[in-house]
Design a protein around this ligand. Structure first.
Ligand code: MN
Length: 240
């Protein structure tokens, strides 16, 4: 059995989400071969060298899970793209490139965070290209801590203000982008998060039927995609 989750936005201000996550990794995830976390695991991440005690406790919990034999694979989201190898090493997890194709349920499946599918949001795509190129990443990682904290706050408040103003369809995936990228990677199934619109969408990739599975964000309830002998099951669960 494999579990996939995303968009937990873990933060000290939401102990209910943290508790639900600890319940998952102490329970159901122990029986999983692998746990995939497809981005925005943390609400914010300004560098592995700036881990708060809260973030360190999550790191240790992940370590306990990976030590128990469940592989943990982590993909960057738009909020935690500065998560680095130091965190992964300490947590015993593997950093997964966005996008990645893995073998899941007997077929190749494309995994993404999902923000790169929202191509109609041109301002965001431009910012993403700028922030995620290797030179910018290097500079960001080497900025003084206080500068990074300031920058993160600024980006977050700008993103909140802009999301309120943007039309609904701009902050969702671009419909034509989905079959295009699925064709490019030769898959019939795509799993992503980011949009906070959990669903299983049927679509056509040329003449071939395909599906796009959107993971839900953890806010009022948790979401997980479970892949086992029964197939792909996307379900919400209440916080304990
Ligand atoms: Mn996101």
């Amino acid at each position: 059995m494999i579990l996939l989750i995303s968009d937990l936005h873990l933060q000290e201000e939401r102990p209910d989400i943290t508790r639900a996550f600890l319940d998952l990794i102490g329970g159901r995830a122990r029986h999983a071969e692998a746990l995939y976390i497809l981005g925005d695991f943390f609400e914010a991440w300004i560098g592995d060298d700036a881990m708060t005690p809260f973030q360190a406790s999550i790191c240790q919990a992940l370590r306990a899970l990976s030590d128990s034999g469940t592989r943990v694979l982590l993909m960057h989201g738009n909020r935690d793209f500065l998560l680095g190898q130091a965190f992964c090493k300490a947590a015993g997890c593997t950093l997964l490139t966005d996008p990645s194709v893995i073998e899941l349920g007997g077929e190749p499946v494309l995994l993404m965070h999902g923000d790169s599918l929202c191509t109609r949001d041109e301002a965001y795509m431009k910012l993403r290209r700028y922030l995620r190129n290797p030179l910018s990443l290097w500079i960001l990682r080497h900025l003084p801590l206080r500068t990074r904290q300031k920058l993160a706050r600024k980006l977050r408040s700008e993103s909140k203000a802009q999301t309120r103003m943007k039309a609904n369809d701009i902050v969702d995936v671009t419909p034509e982008e989905v079959p295009r990228i699925m064709q490019q990677f030769g898959v019939k199934t795509l799993v992503h998060g980011h949009t906070h619109r959990p669903a299983i969408h049927k679509l056509m990739i040329g003449d071939t039927p395909g599906r796009r599975i959107v993971l839900g964000d953890w806010d009022r309830q948790g979401w997980a995609l479970q892949v086992d002998d029964q197939g792909f099951q996307l379900a919400a669960f209440d916080f304990g």
